[in-house]
Design a protein around this ligand. Structure first.
Ligand SMILES: Nc1ncnc2c1ncn2[C@@H]1O[C@H](COP(=O)(O)OP(=O)(O)OP(=O)(O)O)[C@@H](O)[C@H]1O
Length: 433
């Protein structure tokens, strides 16, 4: 029997990645745990949670008797995720840093570090997701139970690897993985693929990982943590990175751009806002002096006007059509069915865990998609990702760049519709008496 395959497990100091490392070890892999540091300032409680998380990950590695490393992607996170986030806000869009972080950091820089620097055969994370390779391995395990050294298909796979929802549908994280590359996915293992969160917690307790079990689920902006977003984004901090550290040089992340809240119904100025960056379509607008709730339906980045509607389900918030940028297909670009007829039926979501909506997609020449939804949905938001599914497979995603008309604009255009003049040649029918 040859040497056990080497797997580098991304360890956050949380319960999921700790159990992922435990499972890999039990399955006979040679495992190395690696903690990533991507942000290095204090959160709003003045706590630098990174150090504590790193120590927690280290303690799990000690308990499992596996090597531990720490890497810093502070600079890369700043340049490829955070700057991108700021640019998107400046364009009036609402970005998704979690999807960008997986694409650029975990499944790019970290993947390369695991494979090329540490010489691993694969990387692993504690995400709740499954790949088509995991299915083949489970099948082999059940039927022939080969030692991990003989799992040749994972490392010498030829067919495209597909991304599927994990067994715990409530925890499914494929939405956040929808932009990762095929190269990275081919060399990734999701040891929690077939498990539920409850079972994972039970395993952590049995293994004695009490220090990670006590922790809260990670919330807030990926790696930046829980923040009051509006205050954070206008916070006085440095945009410069020196070596691996951010330097403090008192300017804000985004320059505040105040403007007016304008009623969509009659153009009345309802009040003032501090800046449109942090206002997202569909959110409740806090307008001073207004007793009723108003909701953001549109922004004009040139004038700074933010258009608001008086009810949460106002027709100006509903649309059934959107266009993406060049769509990222996880397995096959584009799927054969779409390549053949340029149209495909599948399912859509743009918010993690929102119910899937049936849709028809049309492929454009530049690789972007038009997506027509089976029903209008509320607050489709430019900058968010349109993620597509077929059955339990996550096909990939594209950034929402353009929206179709709202129900409200359609109604308005119908109101203003002037019927064509009656045909003079033909007599107008008499009303029935
Ligand atoms: N700082 C980090 N260093 C190394 N890997 C990380 C780090 N943060 C997240 N990961 C990896 O990404 C996976 C998903 O992280 P995320 O924060 O989205 O989920 P989570 O359910 O809170 O995971 P966990 O319980 O492991 O913290 C983790 O399980 C881990 O493998």
């Amino acid at each position: 029997m040859g040497l056990a395959r080497h797997v580098v497990c991304a360890m956050s100091g949380g319960v999921d990645s700790s159990v992922a490392a435990l499972l890999l070890k039990r399955r006979g892999y040679s495992v190395t745990g690696v903690f990533m540091k991507n942000w290095d300032s204090l959160d709003e409680r003045g706590v630098c949670s990174t150090e504590k998380d790193c120590e927690d990950a280290y303690r799990v590695c000690q308990a499992l008797d596996i090597p531990f490393h720490q890497v810093s992607y502070v600079k890369e996170y700043w340049n490829e995720v955070f700057s991108n986030l700021l640019r998107e806000y400046e364009k009036g869009r609402t970005p998704n840093p979690d999807i960008l972080c997986n694409k650029h950091i975990k499944f790019n820089h970290f993947h390369k570090y695991a494979i090329h620097t540490l010489g691993a055969d694969a990387m692993a994370t504690g995400h709740y997701a499954r790949t088509s390779q995991e299915d083949e391995e489970v099948f082999q395990q059940q039927h022939t139970a080969p030692p991990p050294t003989l799992f040749r298909n994972r490392f010498e796979v030829r067919n495209p690897v597909r991304l599927h929802k994990g067994a715990d549908l409530l925890k499914d994280q494929t939405f956040f993985l929808s932009q990762i590359s095929q190269d990275a996915l081919r060399q990734t293992m999701f040891p929690l693929a077939g498990l539920t969160k409850d079972f994972v917690k039970k395993m952590a307790a049995e293994a004695g990982f009490h220090h990670v079990l006590k922790k809260k689920e990670s919330m807030g902006i990926c790696f930046i943590g829980e923040r009051h977003f509006e205050e954070f984004i206008l916070e006085v901090r440095s945009p410069f990175v020196e070596g691996d550290n951010l330097t403090d040089c008192f300017i804000s992340y985004l320059e505040p751009k105040p403007g007016n809240f304008v009623s969509i119904e009659d153009g009345t100025v309802m009040g003032k806002h501090k800046g449109w960056f942090t206002l997202t379509l569909g959110q409740r607008a806090r307008i001073g002096g207004q007793r009723d709730a108003w909701f953001v339906v549109d922004k004009d980045v040139t004038t700074g006007d933010v258009f608001v509607a008086p009810t949460t389900n106002h027709p100006a918030l509903f649309r059934d059509m959107l266009r993406t940028d060049r769509f990222h297909w996880v397995a096959i670009d584009p799927p054969p069915e779409l390549a053949r007829v340029h149209m495909m039926e599948c399912h859509f979501r743009f918010i993690h865990q929102m119910p899937l909506v049936p849709c028809t997609v049309t492929l454009n020449m530049d690789g972007s998609l038009w997506i027509c939804l089976s029903k209008p949905i509320r607050a489709l938001t430019p900058g968010q990702f349109a993620v597509l599914y077929k059955g339990d497979e996550c096909l990939g995603s594209g950034k929402i760049m353009q929206l179709g008309p709202t129900e409200y604009t359609l109604q308005k255009s119908r109101e203003n519709f002037v019927p064509a003049a009656p045909n003079k040649e033909r007599p107008t029918p008499e009303p029935a008496s």
